[in-house]
Design a protein around this ligand. Sequence first.
Ligand SMILES: [Zn+2]
Length: 118
Amino acid sequence: MSSSVDFFTCPKCGGNAYREQDNKTCEITFSCSSCDWHGEPVDNSSPQKSDAKDYYLLFVWRSVEPKLLGPFKTIKLRDEKAKELKEDHGDLSNYYQVEVSKGAEINIDCYAGDFFEE
Ligand SMILES: [Zn+2]
């Protein structure tokens, strides 16, 4: 094989796009089978794309146990919850903002204690 191909969703039309890398030159080319996209940046503010978001709060209890809270309808609601948790748990725990496209599924889990041991 002289090249490798990855298929993915075309950012322009949503069709079947692919990325091809030549193993000799390492040159990467992008193409789409449904439109004329060739890897140029796509304007994500185009009206066909929804910019609706779900807001989550990732709470990591004492750097041990991650917990995903949400989705919250607004950033404000999420931030209020973050403040509430911070009051209860203080600096020993961590609080992160998570923002995803509406309806996207997020799965968060921790590695078991022996995962990183040889
Ligand atoms: Zn396309």
